[in-house]
Design a protein around this ligand. Structure first.
Ligand code: SF4
Ligand code: SF4
Length: 397
């Protein structure tokens, strides 16, 4: 699709400004170019050939977390994410792109480089470098040290329960390469159930490529992943809300046989929390501190999954669920946004952290590994002692 194909969609913006009231970037920047309405005004001018694509257009398009809050609240029903991604695709095709971001994304979506990164992070985890740097007040080292802490160890005992549900496990990149706690948690929780976990050497889901408009690379990675999904599985299981959402988008970008297979796979995509609900999992918890709150990732916006998560939490014994304000607003990490717009990202994370602190919870749970980064960033900035973890880690304890 081309930007011109969205001509009518962009014209639909009535200028009501509702997007302004929910946009986390606008709340920090207070500039019209941060929000959909401002971006659509600019795109209108480009469609009408009043102005041309430029580096500035790219900078404005990149001022977005792809959190979809504006899409959810837009009374005209405009899908801002699709329009912004298509614009970035056209900019890329015109040779206008952010070189360092493009380079970083190519590395992050390449299996070989990520395996190298995993080795490097393991060395870093065992060394004292991050601890020493944190002692001298380096917040980035503190953030990385926190991120690398393995909370859930691999399970050693396997149960004898009959396994009649076959689930192919797609691990998110952070879980796969940065911290195995979530993967260990998934395996530990499912060990005593009828679910058999099958593994494959998947690539990244491709979300960073899609969000930055590199549709060709996104299609290639989607095809590689689709080829790894056999027909005889019951489910394609996800431990990350963003990866599942991306797989659901595959069919839209593909054609012929791949499109057909992507549509079939989409029917089998399930998050670990949806699966736990299906098998009527009874959670236990050995936590002494059970005052918890939840941060809902942007990629479950408008989905039933939010209810499923709250329902699961309500079944955890002795757990006190304290709701925080704006629990579904973006954590500020948003993939490469934390790198390309680090100061804005920090301010958004701080706003998020303040809402968590106000809830009086001692632990904040989420269901997306990238959100852990944004949550930790904000809580470190606020010097808060609130713990962050993924819900599956909490259940596995
Ligand atoms: S909410 Fe929708 S219609 Fe209203 S200003 Fe924003 S983009 Fe335009
Ligand atoms: S997707 Fe989120 S960050 Fe981007 S314009 Fe909409 S509300 Fe703002």
């Amino acid at each position: 699709m081309k930007l011109n194909d969205f001509k009518d969609e962009v014209y639909k913006c009535s200028g009501c400004g509702l997007c302004q009231s929910v946009c986390p970037v606008y709340k920090v920047l207070k500039k019209e170019c941060a929000v959909s309405r401002g971006k659509f005004k600019l795109l209108n001018a480009i469609i009408n050939k009043d102005i041309k694509f430029s580096k500035k257009t790219l900078e404005i398009m990149e001022l977005c977390l792809h959190c979809q809050a504006c899409t959810e609240f837009c009374p005209s029903g405009i899908d801002a994410q699709k329009i912004l991604e298509t614009t970035q695709n056209e900019l890329l095709n015109c040779g206008i792109f952010n070189f360092s971001k493009f380079f970083a994304i190519q590395i992050l979506t390449n299996k070989f480089y990520m395996k190298m990164l995993k080795l490097f992070l393991n060395i870093l985890r065992k060394s004292k470098i991050l601890e020493i740097a944190s002692m001298f007040g380096c917040k980035k080292s503190q953030l990385l040290k926190e991120l690398l802490k393995v909370k859930i160890k691999p399970i050693e005992v396997h149960s004898n329960i009959k396994k009649d549900i076959k689930a192919l496990y797609f691990k998110g990149c952070i879980n796969n390469y940065v911290n195995p706690s979530c993967e260990n948690g998934v395996k530990k929780v499912l060990d005593n159930t009828s679910v058999e976990i099958i593994e494959a050497d998947f690539s990244c889901c491709g979300l960073p490529l899609k969000s930055s408009g590199d549709f060709e690379s996104f299609k290639n990675i989607a095809k590689i992943n689709i080829d790894l999904v056999p027909d005889d599985i019951d489910y394609l299981l996800f431990d990350c809300a963003s990866c599942k959402c991306t797989f659901l988008n595959y069919a839209e970008f593909l054609e012929d046989d791949y499109k057909e297979k992507a549509l079939k796979i989409a029917q089998k995509c399930i998050s670990i929390y949806e699966l736990l609900e299906k098998i009527d999992y009874k959670p236990k918890s050995s936590w002494k501190t059970n005052n918890i709150t939840i941060h809902f990732p942007c990629h479950i916006r408008g989905m039933k999954e939010k209810e499923i998560i709250e329902n699961l939490i309500s079944k955890i014994p002795k757990t006190n669920y304290l709701k925080s304000e704006e629990a579904d607003s973006c954590c500020g990490a948003a993939g490469s946004f934390i790198l390309t717009n680090s100061e804005i990202s920090k301010e958004i994370s701080k706003n998020k952290a303040q809402n968590i602190i106000n809830s009086k919870a001692e632990i904040v749970l989420t269901t997306c590994p990238s959100c852990i980064l944004g949550l930790k960033q904000g809580l470190i900035e606020k010097k808060s002692k609130v713990k962050t973890m993924q819900l599956i880690e909490f259940l596995a304890e």
